[in-house]
Design a protein around this ligand. Structure first.
Ligand SMILES: Cc1cc2nc3c(=O)[nH]c(=O)nc-3n(C[C@H](O)[C@H](O)[C@H](O)COP(=O)(O)OP(=O)(O)OC[C@H]3O[C@@H](n4cnc5c(N)ncnc54)[C@H](O)[C@@H]3O)c2cc1C
Length: 412
């Protein structure tokens, strides 16, 4: 019988986790596993948040991708030109085409400054910046060193974005950073969002909105940007509202990779329509989708990719064995939120249950407190980087935290 071939597109967080988890079943069932990525570096993206404030060195955030891929998985360093789902083949930029029996799409998402008129003209990288990519975060670190007065705007163009709390954390950290540099009083910080509050979920939005007020950060909600007048330095919304700035830190429109659009596999934002619970593509039974590339209504977060992995691998095995799929991914996400002053919050939620207060991950002892500011939560965020490189990417379980969200320790 012909050996079955599983092809993984993208060796970021999701692709690397699933490659590691597939090694054992691949040996057992004699499957070939290949993973393709155009970039041979692996980035710890949550670190892009802190890098502009002088925390972390490049070596803390950037590693060689091959160091995280297991033996037995073939790695191809190439761009993906097109997915031909009808003929079960993927065309690569350098001309080769690879056939597959089962495809895992893990090509992630990225920011697109060109989508908003005026964002990507002569001021991009000068008075309009982002921290959502490593090179941009590096440039921002230099600009921030000399920003001493004026209007500092943190802005979300539209949802969804990766890690929806990251711009809020960025505002809190900016407040802290400017205070430490003794220039906070000369700087007005504004938080401009298309949401009706600080966050996507009402309870967490209330707690986080409260923190914005405490830190004297003005929130401007319901702001849907139409264009930027980069000469006059203002954001202009569809309903004619204007917000001026001296330095704009924006999260541009986030989309799935262009290859999804080129292959006619995505929605208008190039996200792949995916079953929320089985992670199977809605259009093609032998395609599974994971991480930021899906259109599932979970956060676009590394933690989500980690929680999805067991369902995905289970369903790969079931699909290739001709068995019924399991529908057990529940949208579980959790996130450490930096609030400045070496404190943080933790939230844990899923498709159905919004972030609640309580103890985490263990019911009585915690030691972390949900939705409450504390130093241990900040320490948790710092430890998370070590866990990312050593546990999460390997696909190993995190002690005390299951893939399905647990209600233990949570106050209803
Ligand atoms: C500032 C910031 C802060 C964040 N904070 C957190 C946090 O605190 N907690 C958390 O859980 N998550 C956080 N995240 C989100 C997290 O990093 C992402 O959700 C996660 O990396 C998604 O994994 P992925 O594999 O889907 O995508 P990625 O890790 O982005 O990987 C996609 C891969 O696909 C490759 N690829 C794409 N298209 C092609 C192509 N055409 N050809 C070849 N290769 C291709 C890319 O090169 C890339 O390696 C944060 C992200 C940012 C930007």
């Amino acid at each position: 019988m012909k050996q079955k071939h599983i092809l993984i597109l993208g060796a970021g967080t999701a692709g690397t986790i699933v490659a590691n988890k597939l090694v054992t079943p691949a040996k057992k069932y004699d499957w070939k596993v290949t993973i393709v990525d155009q970039c041979d570096k692996h980035y710890y993206q949550p670190g892009f948040l802190m890098y502009p404030f002088g925390r972390y060195d490049e070596k803390d955030l950037v590693r060689d991708e091959r160091d995280f891929l297991p033996q037995g998985v073939e790695y191809l360093h190439d761009g993906i030109s097109r997915i031909d789902a009808e003929h079960q083949r993927v065309e690569l930029m350098h001309g080769d085409a690879i056939e597959y029996d089962l495809l895992v799409i893990a090509t992630g998402s990225r920011v697109n400054p060109k989508e908003t008129p005026g964002m990507d003209d002569g001021e991009w990288g000068k008075s309009i910046m982002t921290f959502y990519e490593f090179e941009a975060a590096k440039a921002l670190r230099e600009i921030l060193k000399n920003f001493n007065q004026g209007i500092f705007v943190v802005h979300i163009s539209e949802m969804p974005i990766k890690c929806p709390v990251a711009p809020l954390e960025f505002s809190f950290l900016a407040d802290d950073y400017f205070k430490k540099r003794g220039v906070r009083e000369q700087i007005t910080i504004k938080y401009v969002t298309p949401l009706d509050g600080a966050f996507t979920k009402p309870k967490a939005s209330k707690s986080l909105g409260h923190l914005l007020t405490e830190k004297n950060i003005e929130i401007i909600p319901d702001f849907n940007v139409e264009r930027i007048d980069s000469k006059a330095k203002k954001l202009i919304s569809y309903d004619g509202k204007e917000v001026g700035y001296d330095l704009l830190i924006t999260v541009p429109v986030t989309k799935g990779d262009d290859v999804i659009g080129r292959s006619n596999l995505g929605d208008e934002l190039n996200f792949v329509p995916t079953d929320h619970h089985t992670l199977q593509s809605k259009a093609h039974k032998n395609i599974f989708v994971m991480g930021d590339a899906t259109d599932v209504p979970a956060s676009k977060a590394g933690s989500v990719a980690h929680f999805q992995a067991d369902t995905l691998v289970d369903n790969i095995i079931r699909y290739l064995q001709g068995q019924e799929l399991v529908a057990n991914f529940d949208g579980h996400a959790n996130c450490f939120i930096e609030t400045g002053g070496q404190k943080g919050l933790v939230i844990d939620f899923n498709y159905e249950i919004e972030p609640l207060e309580g103890n985490f991950p263990f019911p009585v002892i915690g030691p972390l407190r949900l939705l409450r500011e504390g130093r241990l939560n900040h320490v948790g965020k710092l430890i998370f980087r070590w866990m990312y490189w050593h546990i999460i990417l390997r696909g190993w379980p995190i002690p005390g935290i299951s893939n399905k969200m647990s209600m233990l320790g949570k106050k209803k």
